[in-house]
Design a protein around this ligand. Structure first.
Ligand SMILES: [Zn+2]
Length: 442
């Protein structure tokens, strides 16, 4: 074969890449016919040094050694530790198509693109904080300073102290709610209220035990007053921050703040109704009191709003947004398997098991088994049922573990990247300022 080679094809080509000399057969360079190296002889003008009789290219010789090697092997393999973007730029320069990259090296080539995308998303998310630019301004108005004090714990030490104080108030108010459900902290309602509740119970055909509980559910005065004081603080904080907020769209942008606002509103309505229940002396007032009392649960949204400034929670939210595909897969797979196992179980047990009355019962059983909860309220009695139950439990463990693993790895990646961004906060702020200036010029 070698003897059949023409003189032209077996001729040596001398390449000077960034000062390092590479030599190869001219034929080797024809491996990728569309590439720059394959067309060298067609165009001797540009890179050819007639004095040294070599082609000179001002490129990285280390990367070129991998490029040249790919001409010898017919496929491109790249060093695993290299940034894929750099190597891609190199391939572009030599007009070598990335489709020649061997499948074992795809991960190395495209990983950097994924990483860049993840980092961009993260930076974008950090920049979405409307207080970010405000914090960079040197001369702030008193109103802006107050806004940062209320809304951005990271803006100053005082703001941090305030946010810790507010967190304690929220947690205490929730604790008070829970403590007031303990029997020793509850009181019997007044006689006139008791009459009203009994009338209500008769109208809606309530069971005696439920009525008894309602009559004894009034929290003791100490807890009631504590909760009122805590809610005065929380409501005024919300109202004051609304008043001092210069850009109301910033205030309105947080959905949890809206929910919390309605939660506080419902709390005050339910409290005022319950205090005036006897004067109102109406069935509707009792019903309204119950409804608003339940709806006041929305005030717990303030807790979620608080997590907004904690990085881990922000990353968690980002992870869920980025894992929509995996979550969809989890729900779809779970639904499919629950239906299959539910129906098979129904077919196996229906004639033998008295507790299994219809297929919905077995579908519920399959869901509880697959999620590894297993209440044990429905159990198989036949041999086939036991086999199905075993298979169902094993499938559940596998199906749940798969997407959870992917989601967790995404969380770790975001978290690691977040720590990197925090090492260069200036980059984020600078790009934000540039974007803003560019935007305002337009
Ligand atoms: Zn490879």
């Amino acid at each position: 074969m070698a003897q059949r080679k023409s003189l032209e094809s077996s001729a040596l080509v001398k390449l000077n890449i960034g000062g390092t000399i590479f030599k190869c057969y001219a034929e080797t360079l024809k491996t990728f016919p569309d590439s720059k190296l394959a067309r060298l002889n067609d165009n001797k003008k540009g890179a050819f040094d007639f004095k040294e009789e070599e082609y000179f290219f001002d490129r990285d010789p280390n990367l070129f050694s991998y490029i040249l090697d790919s001409y010898r092997k017919g496929a491109i393999h790249l060093p695993k530790e290299i940034c894929g973007t750099t190597f891609k730029a190199e391939l572009e320069f030599w007009d070598v198509s990335p489709r020649h990259v061997a499948s074992c090296c795809w991960e190395a080539l495209y990983r950097s693109e994924d990483d860049k995308q993840t980092m961009d998303t993260l930076i974008q998310r950090i920049q979405q904080n409307p207080n970010m630019l405000l914090m960079q301004e040197e001369k702030l108005t008193l109103r802006a300073k107050l806004w940062l004090f209320f809304d951005e714990p990271g803006s100053s030490k005082l703001a941090l102290v305030w946010s810790i104080f507010i967190s304690c108030v929220i947690i205490t108010s929730i604790l008070v709610d829970f403590v007031s459900t303990i029997e020793m902290f509850r009181e019997h309602v007044s006689d006139s209220q008791s009459r009203l509740f009994s009338k209500f119970a008769d109208t809606v055909h309530m069971k005696n035990i439920t009525l008894d509980r309602i009559l004894n559910m009034k929290p003791c005065n100490e807890l009631l007053i504590t909760n009122v004081v805590l809610h005065v603080i929380l409501t005024s904080e919300l109202v004051v921050s609304f008043i001092i907020c210069e850009d109301k769209t910033v205030f309105k942008s947080c959905v949890f703040r809206h929910i919390a606002f309605f939660g506080y509103l419902f709390y005050w309505i339910s409290l005022s109704i319950s205090l005036n229940l006897v004067d109102l002396d109406s069935m509707y007032a009792v019903i309204a009191c119950f409804i608003f009392n339940y709806l006041s649960i929305f005030r717990y949204a303030r807790l979620f709003y608080l997590t907004r400034s904690v990085p881990v929670f922000r990353i968690l939210r980002l992870t869920f947004e980025a894992s929509k595909q995996e979550l969809k897969m989890l729900v779809f797979l779970l639904a499919m398997l629950v239906c299959v196992f539910g129906y098979v179980m129904f077919a196996a047990e229906f004639t033998q098991n008295a507790t299994i009355t219809n297929a919905f019962v077995t579908v519920y059983w399959a869901l509880i088994t697959m999620t590894t909860v297993g209440y044990g309220d429905y159990v198989p009695v036949t041999a086939a049922g036991h086999v199905i139950a075993g298979a169902c439990a094993v499938c559940g463990v596998i199906v749940l573990a798969l997407p959870v693993g992917i989601i967790v790895s995404k969380f770790y990646k975001y978290y690691a990247f977040y720590e990197l961004t925090m090492k260069r906060p200036k980059t984020i702020i600078d790009s934000l300022i540039t974007a803003k200036d560019g935007g305002s010029k337009d």
